[in-house]
Design a protein. Structure first.
Length: 561
């Protein structure tokens, strides 16, 4: 992109401002190259989605490219399953990396040579202290560290030992390679950080070729340089790592990729750490990475979120310079806003109770017109069967209703949506429990929706499903996974898993209208007056399972506090 074209780009955040200035000054020939660099050690979550939109988005906006690079430097925790899930999630969000799929493991030979170069320059040495001894000798942020007795090894000895490490001559933990920087630096990352360690673990791509693997801090920045990434966008926790990346760029004399930090996403009632999410999966607190209670992209997709809703959420929270906590209600608002425009309305009765319309013909049946989505004219309408017996929501009937209860009760009238006005005449209860078992009503045939000739007004309108045509379904009602606003704000010896909400999933048997009998996994609907629901992948012919995506309105994040 030339500087003239850049002038016409609207800038929305400080990162775009930096990129725009670089283009105008013709830095890196005006080229914009970003990357999204996940570690394949878990599934992506909503925080990664923010980074995906940012990295792919700014590249697209300024005529550049975004690479997909897997930083696969820790074979103990990585798996092809994670690689495949990450690619699926990125594509689902609407992005494609073309032929720019890379892996840090692609560069293992080159990274090894980089390490050799540092040794040759006297800027790296083979360490024999244990990990505990290294940690103890590093000191504290206010107290300088102590230099290792192996820090002054001759270069030739370091080269020989490092080669033997590569050849598998030493056991894990016996030796590491450290950069020789400054043990008195106020930045702990600069106190001779470990850049290579021995791991005799097969790699999912390189097999048993390597006995040593680069540390993340060594591989990540150098992979950016190898790919000539112009703008290396990362979250704020890496701000203190930037001096190390710049030091390595200087002494390795490689492409000076510029690191820019932005605030990571923190959500209320949520944990956004792959390590913590893995604990939930392995501990059986959830049913896998794609459990709809999880903040993973696959979990959100299964719950019924759309790519547009997640993008709108990311746009709303913006790109900040400092961390903060975002209310999960904003994420839920974003999906409601999107589904309100796109999801067809249907009748779904979560907790059904039977209404018998005593003056309707026993074998009578008619098909009534029902609008699919009042927000979308192109959605059209459908036919709904009406008969003598219908289900309504149990909570829509009260024997002794309060003054502002506008639904059904003895002697009260309501309209059945798209159908008729009915009046309650009587009801039956279970003698043992007192629960309502049947409600008896009459209907006024002159009050048919769209053809009402009575002019009669009622304040309540209820959802319903014809008993004869009702489709039994399983409904999973999801709530927040944690009942604490910040599950990681822990006291001593506490555990975030202690705050898992035991009522985060409730499974019930419900009924819906017949029109959705052929619904496919992933299809989304609004159950009128209930909320938004998505057909779960576990569904099969004759056994539909609906996940509740969101209620119709925010029920208040604080209620769980």
């Amino acid at each position: 992109m030339n500087s003239e074209n850049a002038k016409n780009k609207e800038v929305h955040n400080f990162i775009e401002q930096i990129i725009l200035e670089d283009i105008r000054s013709h830095k890196n020939e005006g080229r914009v190259q970003t990357r999204f660099p996940p570690e394949p050690n878990g599934y992506l979550h909503i925080g990664h989605a923010k980074s995906i939109f940012l990295n792919f988005g700014v590249a697209e906006k300024f005529g550049g490219n975004c690479n997909l690079r897997f930083d696969d430097t820790n074979p103990e925790k990585e798996d092809v399953e994670y690689v495949d899930s990450i690619k699926e999630d990125i594509r689902w969000l609407g992005f494609d990396w073309g032929n720019r799929e890379f892996y840090a493991s692609d560069y293992f030979d080159q990274l090894f040579e980089f390490a050799v170069k540092l040794i040759q320059k006297g800027k790296a040495y083979v360490e024999e202290l244990s990990s505990d001894e290294i940690a103890a000798a590093k000191g504290t942020p206010t107290k300088p560290g102590k230099e290792s007795p192996y820090r002054s090894r001759p270069i030739e000895e370091n080269l020989k030992l490092f080669k033997l490490m590569k050849e598998g001559e030493f056991e894990e933990g016996k030796k590491v390679l450290r950069a020789k920087i400054d043990m008195a630096s106020p930045n702990m990352h600069m106190r001779d950080p470990v850049i290579y360690r021995i791991k005799k673990v097969p790699h999912h791509r390189t097999g048993n070729k390597w006995n040593i693997y680069p540390m993340y801090d060594f591989a990540h920045g150098q992979s950016d340089a190898i790919e000539q990434i112009t703008h290396s966008l990362c979250t704020l926790e890496f701000e203190s790592h930037r001096p190390l990346y710049n030091w390595l760029i200087e002494y390795l004399e490689i492409f000076p990729s510029r690191q820019i930090e932005f605030a990571r996403l923190n959500l209320t009632y949520t944990v956004l750490s792959k390590r913590n999410l893995l604990e939930l999966v392995k501990g059986g607190y959830v049913n896998g990475w794609d459990d709809p209670r999880m903040p993973t992209i696959s979990g959100l997709r299964r719950r019924g979120y759309t790519p547009a809703s997640i993008r709108n959420f990311a746009d709303r929270i913006g790109v900040a310079r400092r961390d903060g906590m975002i209310d999960v209600a904003l994420l839920e608002f974003s999906v409601r806003e999107d589904l309100n425009k796109t999801a067809n309305r249907i009748m779904g009765i979560l907790d059904p109770v039977k209404v018998v319309i005593t003056n309707y013909p026993e074998e009578g049946e008619e098909w009534l017109d029902a609008i699919n989505n009042p927000e979308d004219e192109a959605a059209g309408s459908r036919k709904m069967p009406f008969s003598r017996e219908v289900y309504i929501e149990r909570s829509d009937f009260m024997v002794d209703p309060p003054r502002k209860f506008f639904r059904l009760g003895p002697g009260r009238e309501v309209r059945l949506k798209h159908a008729y006005i009915i009046a309650c005449e009587d009801y039956n209860t279970d003698a043992a429990t007192g629960e309502i078992t049947e409600i008896y009503c009459t209907y006024d045939p002159d009050t048919k929706s769209g053809a009402d000739i009575t002019g009669k007004k009622v304040k309540g309108t209820l959802s319903w499903v014809s008993v004869r045509h009702a489709l039994p379904v399983t409904v999973r009602l999801y709530d927040k996974l944690f009942h604490k606003e910040d599950p990681l704000a822990l006291q001593k010896d506490d555990d975030f898993k202690n705050y898992v909400n035991p009522d985060s999933l409730k499974t019930i048997q419900s009924v819906v209208e017949l029109s959705v009998q052929d619904a496919k996994p992933g299809e989304r609907f609004q159950f009128l007056r209930q909320g938004y629901f998505c057909v779960d992948p576990d569904s099969s012919a004759g056994n539909l399972i609906f996940n509740r995506t969101a209620t119709l309105r925010d029920t208040g994040s604080k209620k769980h506090g």
